[in-house]
Design a protein around this ligand. Structure first.
Ligand code: HEC
Length: 104
């Protein structure tokens, strides 16, 4: 009993880390980028979740200052990969910054 409960928790965590938000449910260009729908290599959702609420692989991203977001994307803190201008142009980066800024 205890083990199957643990398994369920582990399975749902794994599922939530791997799945982007549904394509149809997104209109914000920043969230589209975040979910890998614009560039396959931009896969923020894998660690932060399709709605940026966080997974076991990465923290939730609500309420951060725009500069903190910019810096994290370019520098890749801790276990996060960094994204340079080839991965994510300045314009694309700003779209993500803008979208995250709408999350409260
Ligand atoms: C492989 C997993 C992974 C991917 C992919 C990833 N991140 Fe992260 N991210 C992390 C982890 C882990 C941290 C926490 C790093 C630390 O402080 O040790 C983090 C931290 C951050 C922070 C800073 C959070 C804070 O509270 O200071 C921001 C902002 C962020 N990520 C945005 C993004 C964006 C935007 C993308 C896509 C362009 C992305 N991340 C892709 C794992 C990831």
């Amino acid at each position: 009993m205890k083990h199957s409960l643990l398994f369920l928790i582990a399975a749902s965590l794994a599922a939530c880390s791997a799945s982007p938000a549904s394509r149809d449910g997104i209109s914000d260009p920043g969230q589209l980028l975040f979910n890998g729908y614009v560039r396959g290599t931009v896969d923020c959702y894998r660690c932060h979740g399709g709605d940026a609420s966080g997974t076991w692989k990465g923290p939730g991203l609500k309420g951060l200052s725009p500069n903190k977001v910019r810096h994290a994307i370019r520098s890749g803190p801790g276990l996060m990969p960094s994204f340079d201008e080839e991965d994510l142009s300045e314009r694309e980066l700003e779209k993500i910054v803008t979208w995250l800024g709408t999350l409260r």
